[in-house]
Write a protein that binds this ligand. Structure first.
Ligand SMILES: NC(=O)c1ccc[n+]([C@@H]2O[C@H](COP(=O)([O-])OP(=O)(O)OC[C@H]3O[C@@H](n4cnc5c(N)ncnc54)[C@H](OP(=O)(O)O)[C@@H]3O)[C@@H](O)[C@H]2O)c1
Length: 213
């Protein structure tokens, strides 16, 4: 059965998945780039961006699990880019260049309609304006039996958590403090929602946590 999976979602020790003031200069908010210090050096990430080498070991194992058996993605509009409000034109096509690392259909939640964008490497961005259930239904169909990865950001994950739709969640806790920004679990009682920690593995760069119902 197709699962909805959060993978490789990094938070600070004080719970933030992005720092404050997201912008073109700081896509993850101020200080937020450090959240991915465990992920970027891994050989899995290096391969995703067309490079060779990189680290192996626990961090890389989690990075690799994050892309295994994924047939579609769901993102929030803020993760897709820095533009807010109406799209001024069709110029912005995501942070990731002509050949984004998804290679599947990607459903971007937004209130602002826009035509789908087909990119190189079989990534197609679709803009979904009729809510989280519609996005999940479309993603499940596109995934053709594989799982759907819920990429983020925070607001998007929170909505699927509250709706009880997230089957599995890998969170990497980075040893940094951000102080402000987008707090992953703010106002969400994950125990009432039925989640428990089924795995926790520390490395020198992060503590990996897996939550399941
Ligand atoms: N730490 C990590 O591992 C990680 C991973 C991924 C992303 N991030 C970061 O997280 C940040 C983004 O998170 P975020 O919480 O600010 O935003 P987000 O979840 O990426 O996007 C929120 C926006 O998406 C649209 N949206 C969300 N739900 C919707 C719905 N049900 N119906 C219609 N539109 C909907 C709305 O935009 P409009 O109203 O403008 O259309 C909303 O403001 C970025 O800095 C990103 O880099 C971090």
């Amino acid at each position: 059965m197709t699962k909805l999976r959060v993978q490789c979602f990094s938070i600070s020790l004080d719970g933030y998945g992005a720092g404050a003031s997201q912008s073109v200069e700081n896509p993850l908010g101020v200080g937020g780039e450090q959240l991915h210090d465990w992920f970027v050096p891994t050989s899995t990430f290096q391969r995703m961006v067309g490079k060779q080498g990189g680290t192996t070991g626990v961090d890389d194992d989690f990075a690799a699990r994050g892309i295994a058996n994924i047939g579609a993605w769901i993102l929030g509009r803020n993760m897709f880019g820095p533009i807010r409000g109406e799209w001024p034109d069709d110029a912005w096509k995501g942070w990731w260049g002509d050949n984004p690392p998804y290679h599947t259909d990607v459903f971007v939640l937004t209130h602002h309609p826009r035509a789908s964008i087909r990119m190189e490497g079989d990534t197609t961005f679709h803009f979904v304006t009729d809510g989280i259930h519609a996005a999940l239904e479309r993603a499940r169909t596109a995934a053709k039996g594989r799982d759907v990865r819920l990429g983020g950001g925070v607001s998007t994950i929170q909505q699927y958590l509250r709706a009880g739709l997230v089957d599995e969640m890998h969170v990497a806790i980075a040893p940094i403090l951000l102080g402000s920004g987008e707090h992953l679990f703010a106002g969400i009682d994950v125990t009432k929602l039925g989640y428990r920690c089924v795995e926790h593995v520390p490395t020198s760069l992060a503590t990996h946590i897996v939550l399941k119902k």
